[in-house]
Design a protein around this ligand. Structure first.
Ligand code: UDP
Length: 416
């Protein structure tokens, strides 16, 4: 391997990058890790992603693509466990990683950790490895708590002080932090007093080969949508995603013939939340207009985005918001709240609308405005897609590599 190629230990302790997307703890971060690792690997860098065994059937090592591996390590029982429980197994995770590394004679140039739990594991390893530690929080405990305080979210517990206090320490301990938006950078500075200089901004991406404009009529047939007007919502089922607000928007659109809301995401660990949403729809007498499809494999999603008339992201909080990008790459307009990177990926009035908040009447207004447009055809879909053509993962990986090099240079520089 040539000297300019990086050897990166990526840490994703709590969430498996090949886990079932759309379930409680597996979403955008897993997509991010997989895509960035493979794009870095394509450029000749070597990436090992470390995660816990989540299932006794997991093999220890999977090759994701040449130069990128996923490695499972023992840390607690080999099953899905609560995120907070993962915290107590992080010393084992780090020790097992160190044993694996020594046994295989591996050396890394840097640690790239994802989410506060992995950053804790990274900070256990960093002093003996003597390499820079870059982290990405993906979401911030302090921001989640502020939002939960502002809007009372039933079924949503506060992020524990353990998390917020640990994140505060991590911003000092890590050598570089990657934020996906300017807003996230500001939050890391204001809540945790991080130095501006150590934070780089790298927007997230979309796989432009996977998320394409398809034959819309065929996509509708394949998805079983018929002639209905389809409003699509994709994501983990979590109170912060605001799906209840979207259901409450439906009665405001009773005049739209054949309107259907299709919700993708959920899974075994979200049954209670889905049940609550079903009850809400029943109470509003819109239960016939709402379908919960459960989690859908990422590779099957392009067909659903193509079959939909509008995709809605009604979230209270997104650190970035991959779903909006995926929908736009498939040529389907988006209505999304003003969170994450929605404002910079959606062109107001052209490729969709960014709304101030997820008030049901506001969502309904903008969804109705998009549904009132002449029906989407391939030409209009291609125009929408063109608006996100600069958001490929290859650009993301290039920027991440630059951040890695910056961290290495800063780390090597003598302290003045
Ligand atoms: N996703 C999926 N199947 C599902 C639900 C979600 O593949 O059933 C994917 C979705 O396509 C997106 C990711 O999970 O790539 C969710 O990322 P986003 O940034 O929208 O939200 P997060 O999970 O990070 O809160």
């Amino acid at each position: 391997m040539s000297a300019d190629k990086l050897r990166v230990a990526m840490l994703s302790a709590h969430s498996c990058p090949v886990g079932k997307l759309g379930t409680r703890d597996t979403g955008g971060m897993s997509v991010y890790i997989r895509e960035v690792a493979c794009e870095m690997a394509k450029r000749g860098h070597c990436v090992d992603i470390y995660t816990r065994f989540h299932d006794p059937m997991d093999r220890q090592i999977y090759e994701l693509c040449p130069n990128a591996r996923l490695i499972h390590l023992r840390a607690g029982e080999d099953e899905e466990i609560d995120k907070l429980e993962v915290y107590s197994h992080l010393p084992d995770f780090a020790n097992n990683l160190e044993s694996f590394r020594k046994q295989d004679g591996l050396r890394y140039d840097l640690i790239f950790s994802h989410y506060w739990l992995s950053a804790v594991a990274g900070s256990y390893l960093q002093p003996s490895w003597r390499v820079p530690h870059i982290t990405m929080f993906h979401t911030l405990g302090a921001v989640k708590n502020r939002i939960k305080e502002e809007v009372f979210l039933s079924g949503s517990e506060d992020e524990p002080e353990l998390r917020t206090e640990t994140e505060r320490c991590l911003v000092q301990a890590c050598h570089r932090i990657i934020a996906s938006t300017e807003k996230e950078k500001e939050a890391i500075v204001s809540y945790y007093h991080a130095s501006q200089d150590k934070i780089g901004i790298v927007p997230c991406g979309v796989n432009l080969e996977q998320f394409q404009v398809l034959d819309r009529a065929q996509a509708r047939r394949d998805s079983g949508f018929g002639d209905d007007r389809i409003v699509l919502c994709v994501g983990r089922i979590d109170p912060l995603k605001g799906v209840d607000k979207l259901i409450k928007a439906l009665p405001h659109m009773r005049g739209v013939a054949g309107l259907k809301l299709v919700v993708i995401g959920g899974g075994d660990n979200s049954q209670h939340e889905v049940e609550q949403l079903r009850k809400l729809a029943l109470g509003l007498e819109v239960e016939g207009a709402v379908t919960f499809l459960g989690p859908v494999k990422h590779e099957q999603l392009p067909r659903f985005y193509n079959a939909a008339d509008v995709c809605v992201v009604p979230s209270y909080y997104e650190s970035f918001g991959l779903v909006a990008l995926e929908s736009l790459a498939c040529g389907t307009p988006v209505v999304a709240t003003d969170v994450g990177n929605h404002r910079s990926v959606i062109r107001q009035g052209e490729t969709g609308y960014v709304t101030r908040d997820n008030a049901p009447s506001r969502l309904a207004d903008k969804i109705s405005a998009l549904l009132a447009r002449p029906s989407s055809n391939t030409e209009s879909a291609l125009l929408i897609r063109a608006s996100v053509s600069s958001f490929g993962w290859s650009q993301v990986a290039e920027s991440v590599i630059s951040e890695c090099r910056l961290a290495l240079t800063d780390y090597a520089a003598p302290v003045s």
